[in-house]
Design a protein around this ligand. Structure first.
Ligand SMILES: Nc1ncnc2c1ncn2[C@@H]1O[C@H](COP(=O)(O)OP(=O)(O)OP(=O)(O)O)[C@@H](O)[C@H]1O
Length: 235
């Protein structure tokens, strides 16, 4: 397994949110975590990245116990994170945002950016534009591209469809499919968008109140009755 999580608990101060998360991701796997607002999706990714301390449980990544490592050490080991809200530097250009992603790059900056941009034709046309002047969907593509500059082994992607128009959601799906084929990308994707998760994930985990309550197939989440039963959400 590339990532092995067992009994992970984490929260904010005294407030427990994650109450024993078990999950595993194999190399090349796309795991989708589906859940309502407030069920703990963002908290899970923050805990995996080390922004929230684990109060119990274990996290192993690529053979190393990372349970108590700080975020920067996890990033160096190859964990990439694209947060909800995307955290684009809005006054920096697209090109400068990509340069910021090269701090962990294994090749020189221009080679790295050129390699990453080959999968993002839309960004190639926007290189001089300030990040803040991009649409939500373009910012999401930029955040993903910036993360890829560090050649992560596993990407944690938080609700990429939030506030994004459908046409560019489809472009993000296509981009992720392509990256998966060309770079054997491994990913944990948390989402509320059933269509997005069904299209990309090969395993879908349902999160409710800070625990994984069920594993389903992507085909199953196209069934409205099943979804109503599992998560109380319809397509
Ligand atoms: N900084 C914080 N301090 C205290 N509680 C928090 C904090 N951030 C989130 N929470 C609580 O933790 C719970 C899980 O939140 P989380 O953001 O992980 O949910 P989510 O499933 O990602 O939802 P969303 O789709 O709204 O982002 C919620 O009850 C939320 O109110």
């Amino acid at each position: 397994m590339m990532l092995d999580v067992s009994g992970l608990c984490a929260g904010y101060g005294q407030i427990p949110i994650l109450t024993g998360i078990d999950l595993a991701v194999s190399p090349g796997g796309f795991v989708g975590v589906l859940g309502h607002n407030g069920m703990g999706k963002t908290t899970l990714l923050k805990a995996l990245m080390g922004y929230l301390p684990a109060t119990a449980g274990r996290v192993r990544f690529d053979g190393t116990d990372i349970t108590h490592l700080p975020p920067a050490s996890r990033a160096k080991l190859g964990l990439g994170y694209v947060p909800q809200g995307r955290d684009i530097f809005s006054s920096l250009s697209v090109h400068e945002n990509l340069r910021m992603g090269c701090l962990l790059a294994k090749t020189d900056e221009s080679t790295t950016i050129e390699r990453v941009l080959s999968d993002f034709p839309r960004l190639t046309r926007l290189l001089d534009r300030p990040g803040g002047a991009l649409s939500g969907g373009e910012q999401q593509l930029l955040a993903l591209a910036r993360c890829l500059c560090g050649s992560p082994k596993l990407i944690l992607l938080d609700e990429p469809t939030e506030g994004i128009q459908p046409s560019i959601v489809d472009e993000i799906i296509e981009t992720l499919h392509k990256l998966r084929q060309t770079q054997a990308l491994t990913m944990i994707l948390v989402e509320q968008d059933l269509h997005f998760i069904a299209d990309l994930a090969d395993t879908v985990l349902i999160i409710q109140k800070g625990t994984i309550t069920r594993e389903v197939t992507p085909q199953q989440i196209s069934d409205p009755a099943l979804i109503a039963e599992f998560v109380g959400m319809g397509p």
